[in-house]
Design a protein around this ligand. Sequence first.
Ligand code: PLP
Length: 369
Amino acid sequence: MTEHIYLDYNATSPLHPAAQEAMQNAFDAPSNPSSVHHHGRVARAKLEKAREQCATLLGGRARDITFTSGGTEANNMVLAGYQHVICSEIEHDAVLAACPDADQIKTLPNGVIDLSDLAAKLARITPEQSADTVVSVMAANNETGAIQPIAQIAMLCREAGVKFHSDMVQILGKKPLNVIELGVDYASFSAHKIGGPSGVGAVYSAGALRPTPLIKGGGQEQGSRSGTENFLGIIGFGEAAKAAVDGALHFEQLEIWRNEAEQRLVSACPEIEVIAQDADRLGNTSALYLPHITSEMAVMSLDLKGFSISAGAACSSGKMKPSHVISAMGMADKAGHVIRISSGWKTQANDMLRLAEQIIEMYKHSQAG
Ligand code: PLP
């Protein structure tokens, strides 16, 4: 039987062998980085090396990185520090559920946030409110891959005297990144999207800023995140970050393969629409509208053909709900017919084209039926 091809990297990535090896090598030693004896010091050195490796990938200072249990906790820690939140409509639930009363920025039809709407919202903030306000906009959307104008948002926020947080879970490892140059105050990251293990992530907070501790106790991570560190997970995160830096060229190749597959699809079936096509997109992501076929049906039949892809965002309950992202782009009527394909470090030449041929076959079959 041929191998089932995994093309759902925006949901999670297979563990990178470098991360696996580093974690396996660290299994045997007792590793509490807070202990002052030999074993503790060795663990501390490994933990700080991982922090440096992550800092290199995200383009920030190691001391500004706090390890967390994942992207969800990182987002929650930042947002917990502010009374007033302005966020985009297309944020992940890890932001939306953390600030249910947020003022939401409108989305343009191409999946990019409406900067004029953000500017109007910022203009309404009073000087008293500004110190307690944060804007939260993701760097790239998990469903469409649409990249958001982070540097421009950072500038608008600076001018308005408010802080800016960006959920950078999806862009990490897929595009060169420099949080300092972008001018963000806070950013969130997750290991399992880049070939690290799940259950570990990080929050970046610039300079003197600190994320709000949600878990109180022994004061690890400079008092921001108590509890003995997830040592093995952090080691794996660090090695996955290094592998992402070393594998940057592969991500450029993914964009070429994605574009070839999209061109093949649209030329064979012109009714198929590439979502957010007019936006700058992550090179690994393709969201496709397939008229006549529901997302669930498409995911199931492609699964039978040997491809793991997704219907928009993965949902913890396993049930599909219409995508709030596609709806925010003014395409609520299409939301039930969208599939998401996302490639990554293990994707090989032809994986995308082979999937495209299966989609064409499925699509033509559905029209004939
Ligand atoms: N933010 C975005 C944009 C995501 O895609 C995800 C994961 O799906 C998260 C946050 C949550 O990250 P984690 O699974 O590490 O909690």
